[in-house]
Write a new protein. Sequence first.
Length: 227
Amino acid sequence: MHEIFSAQAEAENCERVMGDRRHGLSESEQYWEAHYNTRRRLWSGRANPVLTDVADGLPTGAALDLGCGEGGDAVWLARRGWRVTAVDVSATALARAEAHAAEAGVEIRFERHDLAHTFPQGAFDLVSAQYLQSPVDFPRAEALRRAADAVRPGGLLLVVDHGAPPPWSPNLDVRFPTPEETLAGIGLDDARWRTERMGSPRRQGTGPDGQTGVLVDNVLALRRLPA
């Protein structure tokens, strides 16, 4: 499944889709549609802090935002001159992201993909995969390999994951892969890539109901070397 996203078209088809939207959707699509429909807005609208820290030092170019959600990262990048393609599996998330971009006055190419099956075309100077993790079955390592393939020589692949469940999570015993495990799972050629960041920094975060606590991010920044 892949389509160029239009919030207007999505709104026009809403009645039809809501009538039988659970039929013909993948498990991933069903999960994330249900997740985004639990609240009118899930995220703060601000860009993820690791992305802003890393991208602030990069020359602008073409950027791919995988799992863009409601568009906070994509809008931040576009405001700074990046040509952004932003993708998500959830039509609801993309409609919110497109509205966010319109409000910010920036142009972003939105595409709907289930990354288990389709992937955006093109080559990019920055490919960002922020919290591209899912409780439903998802070939994450394969998706990240395709993300790496989409990076131009000289470009950067930035992968930021949950390093541990947030303190307010009901599932505190969940274990997430380390940055080293993620890198090994992608299976990149060491002769073609340089690791620029790898670690598990901590930061203060706020939960969906205003809870605060220390969050752990697993960070992996990989530079594709010139041919």
